[in-house]
Design a protein around this ligand. Structure first.
Ligand SMILES: [Fe+2]
Length: 319
């Protein structure tokens, strides 16, 4: 008795599908190690035919590492009262969700390519997603492998990014995003959560993360996120934005994404230090709810532009 591991998609150099995960197999240390090895090797895992409970979602997440709370206190939690559900957040459509228009279509829960917690000094190790309510159409989640991107992007652009440290802010409003958005994007209805985000972002320091880094395994990773980005250390904002836009255009040219179409029986895990992800959005008239765990870890390369002196971001967000 064990689990079955298969490639995610034959034409992709990353990702795996795992079936056979249940309470019995999860209790086996050999199986747990096999899941960890697959995660390190492949970056994305789709768990198929898995029990759809928050308890199982947390149990699978803990194979990779301990849970942590989400760094932003105002983000909706699935259950704040239950310690076991610490850091499990809810991403949903509804009256508070932002509505965007891209290429003439209105979308909710759309997000550009990014890694999570760029606005923090510490990046979560991974997230495990479970669809609580699947949109009847669209609502796909896309994943892009930073190792594939580094391998395939124009070396001249990578050379410019080598050694560059990206600057990020918590102000994730698309209206403030400097590069990397579809040209046709319009904000039709801003997120309610965005009401005070500019004040919040103003009172704690900007975070820093390298645009390219080398994994302990030796692979180089392209790890640039346009979401919340404000250029690069040591460059003018104008030059930084131009370089960021050039990098995003090249990324879009070479990316070999995996688009996950949600089934009621699966969960998806990704390595937040290696893989970029994107939410493709769904029709504002449809409902979509996704629960995501926050798995603790620190890749040790992030930092702050100026040391936080008075408030941690997480505390600031309660104001
Ligand atoms: Fe995300």
């Amino acid at each position: 008795m064990g689990i079955t591991v298969r490639p995610l998609q034959d034409d992709l150099p990353f990702g795996a599908r795992i079936s056979g995960v249940n309470w019995e197999t999860l209790a086996d240390e050999a199986v747990r190690q096999q899941i960890r090895d697959t995660f390190e090797d492949r970056g994305v895992i789709v768990f198929e035919d898995v029990e759809q409970t928050g308890k199982m979602q947390v149990a699978i997440s803990k194979v990779i590492g301990p849970m942590k709370d989400h760094p932003v206190k105002t983000v909706e939690r699935v259950n704040r009262e239950d310690d076991e559900m610490m850091g499990v957040i809810s991403i949903r459509t509804g009256p508070n969700a932002q509505i965007l228009e891209i290429d003439g279509r209105q979308l909710v829960t759309w997000q550009p390519w990014h890694f999570d917690h760029a606005y923090n000094n510490e990046l979560n190790r991974a997230g495990l997603l479970r669809s609580e309510k699947i949109a009847p159409k669209d609502g796909l989640t896309a994943f892009a492998d930073g190792i594939q991107l580094y391998r395939d992007m124009d070396p001249a652009i990578l050379e410019q990014l080598e050694g560059k440290i990206g600057i990020y802010t918590l102000d994730l409003r698309h209206s403030q995003q400097k590069y990397g958005l579809p040209k046709s994007l319009k904000v039709i209805r801003p997120s309610k959560a965005g009401d005070k985000i500019d004040e919040m972002a103003a009172i704690f320091p900007r975070s820093l993360h390298p645009a390219i880094f080398t994994r302990p395994q030796g692979d180089k990773v392209y790890h640039l996120c346009a979401y919340g980005a404000r250029g690069f250390v040591g460059m003018s904002e104008e030059e930084g934005i131009a370089l960021g836009q050039e990098a995003c255009d090249e990324m879009e040219r070479v990316v070999k994404p995996y688009f996950h179409k949600w089934k009621p029986t699966d969960m998806v895990l990704w390595d937040n230090w290696r893989v970029l992800h994107k939410a493709c959005g769904c029709d504002p008239a449809d409902d979509r709810i996704v629960h995501r765990t926050t798995i603790k870890g620190d890749y040790g390369l992030g930092g702050w532009e100026t040391p936080p002196t008075h408030l941690e971001p997480a505390d600031a967000m309660t104001m």
